[in-house]
Write a protein that binds this ligand. Structure first.
Ligand code: AMP
Ligand code: ZN
Length: 134
């Protein structure tokens, strides 16, 4: 986990448009410009293994389209968001964690722990997951 001050710095850097200057890491992954372990992809989304897994199964479902977070105006993206959830369910089945259970997480902004400002759904499973989350 990144210290809170660093997360804040990322957030303000993003706000100032610096992410656009340096490029968005998940846009680069989706375009195959950056290496990643991709387990599924289609016209609308890509699923990759998290580089710092927090559970035996930890996948990230990302749209190809750059959406910053759930704070964006998502009026035009309702179908896309629904599609992402159907892919989550499909991945959970493929990874064999649908029966035991899995968790989906979307962190929005710094205090919730968002560090990559391209919308992504975490899919976690393969162990007992505590509640409430930290
Ligand atoms: P969040 O903190 O919700 O924004 O989640 C970002 C996630 O992306 C973290 O769990 C990171 O470990 C993961 N991550 C960051 N860069 C990469 C990368 N290049 N490939 C795979 N996962 C990544
Ligand atoms: Zn992006």
């Amino acid at each position: 986990m990144l210290p809170f001050a660093i997360k804040k710095l990322f957030f303000y850097a993003y706000k100032r448009g610096m992410m656009k200057i340096f490029g968005c890491i998940f846009c680069q992954v989706a375009a195959h410009e950056k290496p990643a372990t991709i387990v599924y992809e289609d016209e609308h989304c890509v699923v990759l293994r998290d580089i710092r897994p927090q559970a035996p199964v930890h996948l990230l479902v990302i749209p190809r389209k750059h959406v910053t977070s759930l704070n964006d105006d998502l009026e035009e993206d309702k179908l896309l968001l629904g599609h992402l959830l159907t892919v989550v369910a499909r991945m959970a089945k493929e990874q064999g964690i649908d029966g035991t259970g899995f968790r989906t997480v979307i962190n929005t902004n710094a205090e919730a722990g968002q560090t990559v400002f391209h919308l992504h759904i975490h899919l976690l499973g393969g162990r007992i997951l505590g509640w409430p989350p930290g």
